[in-house]
Write a protein that binds this ligand. Structure first.
Ligand code: IPM
Ligand code: MN
Length: 363
């Protein structure tokens, strides 16, 4: 019998549900190509639900997602997420209450973000094309500055103190590095893994990353060339010589920042996708861009990032044939059909772009 995948779908806020609908359209077409069955179930873990249940718009007073709901999600094979962020809810409540909560609770310790310029997509870098912008960033996703460690003292006094601790464990760093070496080894590129950090200033965390990187690489990945960039220099090279990179591995906060830069050089938030991956557990795939409140409900937002996230999900589920078909369909649509990537400038509506990709997948 053909494989059956059960997907939990969290449309989320703003334009999230619209782009997710197009990704699911493409999933149906891809399932026919790949010869597998797919069952989806929608969950409304949104800012509006939080408010309707009595959550305060200014402080996190109730859970955005409950422990029981997380247990329920664990019965699925993958999670497909639209967007998180609602203008009616103060920044941080939904991001921490849903997105970070799921990343941590499901131990999705990898944030995999390909930086790939598809054909026909306008690139802001002069003279660079699809052959120049094609690398992948492996961002550590459960440690670093994101653990919430630290605290505050004497608030609203001249002596106020605030700390936010960059916390890394050998275990956390090593498992991320191993994943990155494996990713690099599998890619059809120059087999070069670049560690990005700030070892000249962050001499505790940076040194841990650097030593673990060299130790693991030397022992288990002699075929992968090891390379190191400070994060500031990496920003410079990503703009000046993006073709230099193959695979980058970095900590959580640096990864957050350089993947937004990566999204821009691959044509913007309309096309950038990522996966929150637990290689031995439940992973979650999402477009990198936000909830775009001003475009909500207008059928104008670009669904390609969500469709690219679906492609990553298929690859992670082991549906290579379907994933390849989706990737080719995206390239066909960007190369031959779309006028632009920005919302309202595609020459097609959100739903029409979804139709174009789904048709291209079907062949
Ligand atoms: C991202 C986002 C999140 C992050 C926010 C919304 C918490 O910027 O997925 O990159 O910082 O990881
Ligand atoms: Mn980010």
């Amino acid at each position: 019998m053909a494989a059956e995948h059960r997907i939990a779908v969290i449309g989320g806020d703003g334009t999230g549900p619209e782009v997710v609908a197009e990704g699911l359209k493409v999933l149906q077409a891809a399932a026919r190509v790949g010869g597998f069955a797919c069952e989806t179930e929608a969950f409304d873990f949104s800012g509006q639900r939080y408010l309707s249940r009595g959550g305060s718009p200014t402080e996190p007073t109730i859970p955005v997602i409950t422990d029981e709901e997380i247990e329920q999600l664990k019965t699925f094979d993958a999670i497909y997420l639209g967007a998180v962020g609602d203008p009616d809810v103060a920044p941080g409540i939904l991001e921490k209450g849903l997105l970070l909560r799921l990343r941590f609770a499901l131990d999705q310790y990898i944030n995999l973000r390909p930086v790939k310029l598809y054909p026909g997509v306008p690139c802001p870098l002069a003279g660079k094309g699809p052959e120049d912008v094609d690398f992948v960033i492996v961002r550590e996703n459960t440690e670093g500055l994101y653990t919430g460690m630290g605290g505050r003292q004497y608030p609203d006094t001249p002596h106020e103190v605030a700390t936010q601790i960059m916390c890394n464990t050998r275990h956390g760093v090593e498992r991320c590095l191993r994943y990155a070496f494996e990713t690099c080894r599998r890619r059809d590129d120059k087999k070069m893994l670049t560690l990005v950090h700030k070892t000249n200033v962050l001499t505790n965390c940076g040194d841990l990353w650097f030593r673990a990187f060299n130790r693991i690489g030397e022992a288990d990945y002699p075929d992968v060339r090891r390379d190191y960039n400070h994060v500031d220099a990496c920003c410079m090279w990503m703009v000046k010589n993006p073709e230099y990179y193959d695979t980058i591995v970095t900590g959580n906060m640096f990864g957050d920042i350089i993947t937004d830069l990566g999204a821009m050089i691959q044509g913007g938030m309309g096309i950038a996708a990522g996966g929150n991956i637990n290689p031995d557990g439940l992973s979650m795939f999402e477009p990198i861009g936000g909830s775009a409140p001003k475009y909500t409900g207008q059928n104008k937002i670009n669904p390609l990032a969500a469709i690219a996230a679906m492609q990553m999900m298929l690859a992670e589920l082991g549906e290579e044939k379907a994933a390849d078909a989706v990737e080719k369909a995206i390239a066909y649509v960007t190369g031959d059909r779309l006028e632009g990537m920005a919302a309202g400038r595609m020459g097609y509506t959100t739903r029409e772009v979804g139709d174009l990709v789904a048709e291209a997948v079907a062949g």
